[in-house]
Design a protein around this ligand. Structure first.
Ligand SMILES: Cc1cc2nc3c(=O)[nH]c(=O)nc-3n(C[C@H](O)[C@H](O)[C@H](O)COP(=O)(O)O)c2cc1C
Length: 309
């Protein structure tokens, strides 16, 4: 059996799988179930300062390669979330995902998140492709905005801090470096891609009420793997590879691109709350079969294996 223990800054995970934000992470119970299912860590649904209704239905549609979603940060707001998650006592460390409209608001909400004892780490999301006022629609996907927001949050917390980026942005290396220089402990690479669109040909209209949404699931994987590969070359802090991971082999591919840990979202819809524990066992079986004692032996090897010029 390989040793799957994974470290991200001061956070120790029993294995490298992390429940991605927004997938069942709305209640303490659902996070606990995912922890009991064997996840290395669990992330909450992203929380805003005030309660938000989110976009009108339909907010999600399945297509051949995964999901298109435009949930629009429907959540009960930070004060309610603090109460909800205060009872979290799962074995998998709890990562509090927060979003805000600007650096100042990010700082305020981070101070509140930091006060929660159960909160082992904070993730700031600068990358939602479909919510006006937030993420890429609010210009948060630039090196300057990333630096300003990360710095504002860093001033409010000493807990491990991860910054979640968009795979749909070109200057990823510069953005990741900006996060690192402002005090981030990890880069989560990354969010859904797009936005994309699915059209109902009988109605001749986009399926989602918001018309466009973020692409997740298997269709996203090659893009996410390339983004992880690029970010790995740009920063020294650990990269969490998220996007299209359905099984252990997908996770290993992401790790070979440079991910220290992997985020799993859409696959939980298909495989249930035990998905992350199963993926960890699949990683373990492959490492064993290939004579590796730990994931550390394969992280980033796609870089070392590049043909030398
Ligand atoms: C229904 C749904 C809701 C999501 N909500 C959030 C969210 O609140 N915050 C966030 O950072 N990412 C959110 N995401 C993005 C996921 O965390 C993840 O980055 C993305 O889906 C790619 O991973 P996957 O292909 O494994 O799903 C959401 C994704 C889906 C499908």
């Amino acid at each position: 059996m390989a040793d799957l223990t994974t470290k991200i800054a001061s956070l120790t995970l029993r294995n490298p799988t992390i429940l991605a934000s927004g997938i069942t992470g709305v209640s303490c119970d659902s996070l606990k179930r995912t922890s009991e299912g064997g996840a290395g860590a669990v992330t909450s649904k992203s929380v805003t300062m005030e309660a938000r209704k989110g976009h009108n239905n339909p907010i999600m549609v399945a297509f051949e390669g995964g999901f298109l979603n435009a949930v629009g940060y429907s959540n009960p707001g930070i004060d309610h979330a603090l109460q909800e998650f205060s009872a979290y006592d799962g074995e998998a460390p709890f990562i509090f995902s927060i979003v805000a409209k600007d650096a100042e608001e990010f700082g305020e909400i981070a101070r509140k998140a930091d006060s929660l004892q159960a909160c082992a780490a904070i993730e700031i999301v600068l990358s939602c492709p479909h919510t006006p006022g937030y993420g890429t629609m609010a210009g948060q996907g630039t090196p300057q905005a990333t630096q300003d927001i990360t710095r504002a949050v860093r001033q409010q917390t000493k807990k491990p801090l991860s910054v979640k980026l968009s795979p749909s942005i070109q200057a990823l290396g510069d953005i990741a470096k900006a996060a690192e220089s402002a005090g981030a402990n990890a880069i989560n690479m990354g969010n859904t891609a797009g936005p994309g669109m699915v059209i109902d040909i009988e109605r001749g209209q986009p399926v989602l009420a918001f018309k466009v949404g973020g692409i997740s699931g298997p269709a996203l994987k090659p893009l996410a793997v390339r983004c992880v590969y690029d970010v790995f070359e740009s920063v020294k802090i650990p990269v969490i590879g998220t996007g299209g991971i359905s099984n252990g082999k997908d996770a290993l591919e992401m790790m070979m691109a440079g991910a220290t840990a992997v985020g799993v979202g859409t696959a939980v819809h298909y495989r249930g709350p035990q998905a992350l524990g199963e993926i960890a066992r699949e990683i373990d079986a492959w490492l064993d079969a290939h004579g590796h004692a730990s994931p550390g032996e394969i992280i980033g090897i796609a870089h070392e294996n590049e043909p030398r010029k």
